[in-house]
Design a protein around this ligand. Structure first.
Ligand code: PMP
Ligand code: GLU
Length: 397
């Protein structure tokens, strides 16, 4: 066998695969509208771009940095944690990583052994389960039903817990559902995790992207005790429209962070220096542009949601944050004569020329994900195409 068992078993990222497929079709000249990848369509704000250019021109960005990140960025992250989490951390509790994705990757590598289980609410972001498996751990799924606003309860978690449960992943606001856990819900989960000695992984990457008066609370801000048992994952990709720069971070227990730094030192050495200087400006510079982007997402959500809800056989809950709609399309799929979500999504791509992500990648095969991190004209036209497609197919079926 050429490949390792690990590589043989690996499922590639469903979001990136859908996006690549749409791009390949567009390269062949097909007029494809892609609502796949979760990436803001705005160019990175000017002050941030200029900070990177200055770092490059001065030569500061020419060299390796400390594996855990440049001191200025670690300081900026500590100030961010103080402002948004009301928490004081030390600089040995912070690691800057190549995107939040690599923060999660190194965290699982640092935390998990073969017998360890990680509780993952379903639907989940595509990379959690595979990253846990890559670390030889076992993902254990807990269903966050649409009827329960896509959230899990302590009773469900307790029913799924075993002596091997090592950690739980909480992603609020969530990708793909946009659900936000309330302070009360988080307190209950936090207390349960403490009682059972379970690490909390709080993926807060969408924490600043909340809409229509909804508010975000991080579980790490609830109490000193819960904070000690939580590793916060965050980054600049979504809030500052910096997906291409690859800067994320993790904050939490010093021993775990040190292990993550040691792993990163053997894997990547450090995140790109120019990107780190850009991230310092993102976190400490003028913040006006991020509110402009947030408002644009909110406006799109409010316009798009009723249009998606009006498609026959689409059942969608209005999200509170992030930038995705996650309709249950089982009825539409069946009406149109498709047996599986993958076949339905494939037909949308090949016949309606609209690319979305199959819910199968998120552990929920009756759903599909629509990213509204794209301009309104594209969203309006894509929605019309999906609507027309469903109408046409159901008449035939
Ligand atoms: N967590 C979630 C829930 C995400 O949607 C993403 C999107 N890429 C990430 C982590 C990773 O973000 P990045 O690596 O771009 O910082
Ligand atoms: N998180 C984004 C998404 O869900 C980016 C793609 C990825 O990292 O998988 O689309």
């Amino acid at each position: 066998m050429v490949l390792s068992k690990r590589a043989e078993k690996l499922e590639p990222s469903a979001t990136l695969a859908a996006s690549a497929k749409a791009k390949a079709l567009a390269d062949q000249g097909v007029d494809v509208l892609s609502l796949t990848v979760g990436e803001p369509d705005f160019i990175t704000p000017k002050n941030i771009r200029q900070a990177a250019i200055a770092a490059i021109e001065s030569g500061k960005a020419s060299f390796y940095t400390a594996t855990a990140g440049i001191p200025e960025l670690k300081q900026a992250i500590l100030a961010y944690m103080k402002e948004f989490y009301g928490a004081d951390y030390d600089s040995n509790q912070v690691i800057v990583t190549d995107g939040a994705k690599f923060a999660l990757y190194t965290l699982f590598q640092a935390l998990l052994d073969e017998e360890d289980e990680v509780l993952i609410p379903v639907p989940y972001w595509v990379s959690y389960a595979e990253q846990v498996r890559l670390a030889e751990g076992t993902p254990v799924f807990v269903e966050a039903k649409q009827a329960a606003d896509f959230k899990v309860s302590v009773a469900q978690l307790e029913a799924t817990r075993t002596e091997h449960t090592k950690a739980i992943i909480l992603n609020s606001p969530a990708n793909p559902t946009g659900a936000i856990y309330s302070k009360e819900e988080l307190t209950a989960i936090g207390n349960w995790a403490m009682e059972n000695n379970i690490w909390i992984i709080a993926d807060d990457i969408y924490g600043r992207l909340v809409y229509n008066g909804n508010t975000f609370t991080s579980i790490a801000s609830l109490s000193e005790e819960i904070r000690k048992q939580t590793i916060v994952i965050n980054g600049v990709s979504k809030t500052y429209s910096m997906t291409g720069w690859r800067i994320g971070f993790a904050v939490g227990d010093a021993k775990i962070i040190k292990a993550m730094v040691d792993i990163a030192s053997q894997a990547t050495s450090n995140p790109p220096a120019a990107s780190q200087y850009a991230a310092v400006e993102a976190l400490t510079g003028n913040q006006e542009s991020i509110e402009v982007m947030r408002q644009a997402f909110e406006e799109r959500l409010n316009k798009l949601y009723p249009l998606i809800a009006a498609i026959p056989g689409f059942k969608v809950t209005k999200p509170q944050g992030a930038f995705y709609l996650f309709p249950n399309v089982k009825e539409a799929m069946t009406m149109c004569g498709y047996q599986t979500i993958d076949a339905f999504v494939e037909a949308l791509l090949m016949e309606a020329h609209v690319a979305v992500v199959t819910g199968a990648g998120f552990g929920t095969p009756d759903y599909l994900r629509i990213s509204y991190a794209t301009d309104w004209d594209t969203l309006a036209e894509a929605t019309k195409r999906i609507h027309d497609f469903v109408e046409k197919k159901r008449q035939k079926a």
